[in-house]
Every structure is written in C-alpha cells, then in structure tokens.
Design a protein around this ligand. Structure first.
Ligand SMILES: Nc1ncnc2c1ncn2[C@@H]1O[C@H](COP(=O)(O)OP(=O)(O)O)[C@@H](O)[C@H]1O
Ligand SMILES: [Mg+2]
Length: 350
C-alpha cells in the first residue's frame, strides 16, 4: 500500500440513513480485509464548513466511496465533503466510487426526487454560489461509474458489500500475476484455499499444500489466490516453477535470491555465493514481517531445504502455500491443510 497516503478508503455517507446499516457493514468488511478506512463519525456535524482534519483525511485517502442515500443532500456537511472529494479527484487523481443506496443516479445527476426538496431549502438558506458548487459536484459524482444497490445486487446489501470490497482490492492492488485467459470454475478452489489459510487470524503461521496431477490447475488456483490476497501482507513472493528452476545450473541460488529480494524488499542484498551461503542468509534474517509466500511446483524436499522453509522462521500471521504433484515432497513441513485440485465438473468442462 502506498506509504504517502494515510488511508486506503474515505467513506462519505449520510449518518441518519446508513451509519448503523450499510455504511457500518461496509466499514467492517473493509477493515476485516485490512483496508485502512476513514469514516467521519462526528455525530454532531455542526455548521457548513468541514474541519481541517477531515479535509486532510480526504486528501490522504486513495479511494473515496460516497454512499448516496435519500438524506445525503439534506446535509450541507455531506455536500461540502463531496465538493472536496471531487476536487481531490481532479487534482490528486483520487479514485471516487459512488454507491446509490436507495435511488437512481439520474436523481442525483439532475437533483430530482429526494434531492429536489433539499436543494430548494438550500437555495433559500445559502447563496446561489454554494448551491451551484454542490450541484456541480453531485452531477459529476453521479456521472462516474459506480454501483446501484437495486441493479447490481438485486437489493442484497451483503452481496453489494462483497462486490465493492473486491473492487477496492482490485483498484488498489492491480492484479500482478496473469491467470488463465478464460478461467472456469476457479473460484471454488480459491475460496477453499483462502478458507484453509484463515486469513483473519494472526496468531500462527499456516502452511497449505495444493496438490494434484500435472495440468489439473494447481498453479492457476495459486496465482488467482495470490492476486486476491497478497495485499493483506506486508510483503509477498510467488516463486514460480520451483522444481524446473532448481534443475538449472545455479537454479537453487537463483530461487534463494528471488525469495530474499521479494520478501525483504531490499535492493542491497549480498550476492549469494552458493546454496549453503543462501541457506544461511535466509536463516539469519529473522523474518520480522507477515509474509505471503507461494512456492509453485515443488517436487523435491531439497528445494524446501535450500529455501530454509521452516515454520519457526516466519513471523506470526505469515502464510505459505505450496503447489506440488506429490505430497511426499512437502512431508517435512507438517502442512496444516491439503487441498486436492480436482478436474472440472461436466458443466464447467463444457
Ligand atoms: N480453471 C481453469 N480455467 C481455464 N483454464 C485453466 C484452468 N485451470 C487451468 N487452466 C489452464 O490449464 C493449463 C494447466 O494449468 P496449471 O494451473 O498450470 O496446472 P498445474 O499447475 O496443475 O500443472 C494452463 O494453461 C492453465 O491456463
Ligand atoms: Mg503448475
């Protein structure tokens, strides 16, 4: 996650409409997936101006999610927030994601329906200058691509929250490994492996093996899983084709270097002179971060030894996933769970 921004997500919403409902659940889901989220929770939002703390929080967020509900525009506080958000979109290229909770974007775009009354009130109380700024911000925001609860998820709030959190993950952490061109039935495997990984728990290290015959789709599942969850860790590494690489001259040393380089994010690593030197280098670094490590296609215990894979070496909360054709090549590790990659069912293969 970018270091210069304090928050991943800023949530703008109408307190009376959604604080303890949709927005509350969305906040929980984002925090569960470790997104640093700012929700302006001042129950007493007085006056029109938003404070400097809030302005800074908006500026320092990577995405703003605006939950439009029927009372959103009644609050001049919300409208000021929205003006600032749209400002950050223009100047700081912030991502803005509108969600229409209980009405269509067209109402917001042209300030009709639930917006009409609020705006006629605002016109009487505030000068036309303020009102014009609010109108412009609303129209701009409602023109962005976003979500309409009724249309996207058939009214299911929990489904929409799931979709939004996935979208936030994709936007903040663009997919890094390419998966099959037309993945079919991949979700089942990814979900099962993620469940085995117990991602919410930080109290131990977990090791999962994905096994099955060659070509069945182990690497594909591991890549899709990696893309989905790598952002939850402080550092991560996907070592592809461990078996094949280890057969090449100096292959194990190359793997050791890649592992150290990715996990330590350190460009001044010593050159690894030999396999033994590599093992010592890896062992000496007490891993002080939660890491995600994928070892793809391990076919021999020697590869795990060369990479000094040992549960005790990793920081609590770390996860190690190994794909292999033969479980006996990982038997030294006391794997927590084994997932057998299965062939597609009849419908999926069609
Ligand atoms: N669910 C899937 N949908 C579409 N293509 C897939 C799927 N699973 C695997 N493939 C394709 O099948 C081939 C073999 O899969 P791979 O994951 O490399 O198998 P393994 O690692 O078990 O040997 C790859 O070209 C991959 O893109
Ligand atoms: Mg493979």
């Amino acid at each position: 996650m970018a270091a210069s921004r304090s928050y991943d997500v800023f949530l703008s919403f109408s307190g009376i409409d959604t604080r303890n409902k949709f927005t509350g659940h969305l906040l929980d889901a984002l925090e569960r997936d470790r997104f640093r989220t700012f929700r302006d929770d001042s129950k007493l939002r007085r006056g029109k101006e938003i404070g400097p703390g809030l302005v800074r929080a908006i500026e320092e967020s990577r995405i703003s999610i605006v939950v439009f509900s029927k009372n959103y525009a009644s609050s001049t506080w919300c409208l000021e927030e929205l003006v600032k958000i749209m400002d950050c979109k223009r100047t700081l290229k912030q991502i803005v994601l509108p969600i229409f909770y209980d009405h269509e974007p067209s109402d917001a775009r042209s300030q009709r329906g639930c917006y009409a009354e609020a705006f006629s009130r605002h016109e009487k109380s505030f000068g036309s200058e303020s009102v014009e700024r609010w109108r412009a911000a609303l129209t701009d925001a409602a023109n962005l691509s976003g979500y309409v609860l009724q249309n996207v998820a058939n009214g299911s709030e929990s489904k929409l929250i799931e979709i939004v959190v996935r979208d936030v993950a994709d936007k903040l952490n663009p997919t890094c490994l390419s998966v099959a061109d037309y993945p079919v039935g991949i979700e089942r495997g990814v979900q099962q492996v993620c469940e085995f990984l117990k991602l919410r728990s930080d109290s131990d290290v977990r090791i999962i093996a994905i096994w099955g015959m060659g070509g069945i789709g182990k690497t594909t599942i591991a890549k899709a899983m990696y893309n989905r969850i790598h952002y939850m860790f402080e550092s991560s590494c996907f070592l592809a084709n461990v078996g094949r690489t280890s057969m090449q001259p100096n292959g194990l040393v190359e793997l050791q270097e890649r592992l150290l380089c990715d996990l330590l994010m350190d460009r001044n690593l010593p050159r690894i002179r030999s396999e033994d030197h590599g093992i010592e280098e890896i062992k000496q670094r007490a891993w002080c971060q939660r890491v995600l490590l994928v070892l793809d296609d391990v076919d021999n215990i020697r590869q795990l030894r060369a990479l000094a894979i040992n549960r005790g070496l990793f920081h609590c909360g770390s996860r190690i996933v190994i794909t292999t054709r033969d479980l006996s090549s990982v038997s030294m590790l006391e794997v927590d769970e084994e997932y057998e990659a299965c062939p597609l069912n009849e419908k999926e293969s069609l």
